[in-house]
Design a binder for this molecule. Structure first.
Ligand code: HPA
Ligand code: ZN
Length: 326
């Protein structure tokens, strides 16, 4: 087996992927032209040069700005379609995809446009790309929790495509407990619950998200490694963590891939998975992330198999379907 074969993609579930973060510069420019939206960038090359960040907020500013090109259902369909094509080539066989409804509502794009547009691509994804898809709308933590509570019933209409809720955006100063009520309601409705925690925020936000929001997976969670008691709990309860290595380097949470805690997480017995977060912005899709950490951290084929297996165990697929992949 050549080193390249060893690095061939393994069938994997992608569990941490923001659909708006798959907006490649070329598509952003094409959609801007189609919708007559003026961008402050002169073409895809200039835009690509702007995909450089100093922290999470500097990324979020551009990420929200570029959403302006997404106006009509077909824009969301084209965005999802482009992601599915690339993801399939990178070994993704199932994706639980995040979307930010409040970011679209705030700029006057109705929920129907977002969900019908995405739903169009997702309905045939299995048949055309061999990828099954579910959606997890995420609440923006900088906005009023009351707005999330009002939005929840409207999201329920998009079941069974919608399978859960998440919590995203800048963590600092916005502890998970603010969103306790909407997460409790979502649990009563039988929805799954996840939250970004311990990305830039401290390890105690991971504990708070588990205790107050009842989350079933931690998105990112890398700063858990700073607190041995949190690590011990994540290990004992086998709470899955959706780790996104290229994102952590791009947003300067980790200096270099060689310093990334992923291997330490595996060594500590945590249920870590590798995912792509916002691949158009951070330099790579799922297998690009796996290949990069494999090289930087010297992961073995067994460790890569463990990451793929963890992704299936951590997915929200019905048990019979999930077990087909194990
Ligand atoms: N972190 C927090 N919120 C986000 C991200 C992220 O990496 N991407 C899109 N929303
Ligand atoms: Zn994310």
């Amino acid at each position: 087996m050549s080193p390249d074969d060893e690095l061939a993609p393994l069938p994997t579930a992608e569990l941490h992927l923001h659909i708006e973060g798959t907006l490649e510069p070329e598509l952003a420019v094409a959609l801007a032209a189609r919708n007559r939206v003026r961008l402050r960038f002169d073409g895809p090359e200039e835009l690509r040069r702007a995909y450089r960040f100093s922290d999470l907020q500097s990324f979020l500013d551009l990420y929200y700005e570029l959403m302006a090109v997404l106006q009509r259902p077909e824009d969301f369909t084209d965005l999802a379609e482009a992601y599915l094509r690339t993801a399939a080539a990178q070994g993704v066989r199932h994706a639980e995809v995040f979307v930010d409804p409040q970011a679209h509502l705030a700029r006057g794009v109705p929920l129907e446009v977002v969900f019908e547009g995405l739903g169009e691509a997702f309905a045939t994804a299995e048949e055309r790309h061999g990828v099954s898809v579910a959606l997890i709308p995420c609440f923006l933590r900088e906005r009023d929790p009351a707005e999330a509570e009002e939005l929840l019933p409207r999201l329920l209409r998009y079941r069974p495509l919608v399978i859960g809720i998440g919590l995203v955006s800048a963590e600092t100063g916005r502890p998970p407990e603010l969103f306790e009520r909407v997460f409790a309601r979502a649990a009563d409705e039988g929805l799954h619950r996840v939250a970004h925690a311990g990305e830039e925020g401290p390890a105690e936000y991971v504990t708070a998200a588990l205790d107050h929001l009842g989350i079933e997976r931690v998105d990112h969670g890398i700063r858990s490694m700073e607190d041995p008691s949190v690590v011990a709990r994540l290990r004992a309860e086998q709470v899955p963590l959706t780790v996104c290595p290229l994102s952590n380097v791009a947003l300067r949470g980790v200096d270099r891939l060689a310093d990334h805690p992923l291997k330490a997480m595996l060594d500590a017995g945590l249920a870590a998975t590798v995912n792509s977060d916002d691949p158009a912005y951070f330099g790579g899709y799922l297998h690009d992330n796996v290949a990069a950490v494999t090289r930087a951290l010297g992961l073995t084929l067994d460790e890569r198999r463990r990451l793929a297996e963890n992704s299936w165990r951590a997915s929200f697929l019905p048990a019979a379907e999930r077990d087909r992949h194990l």
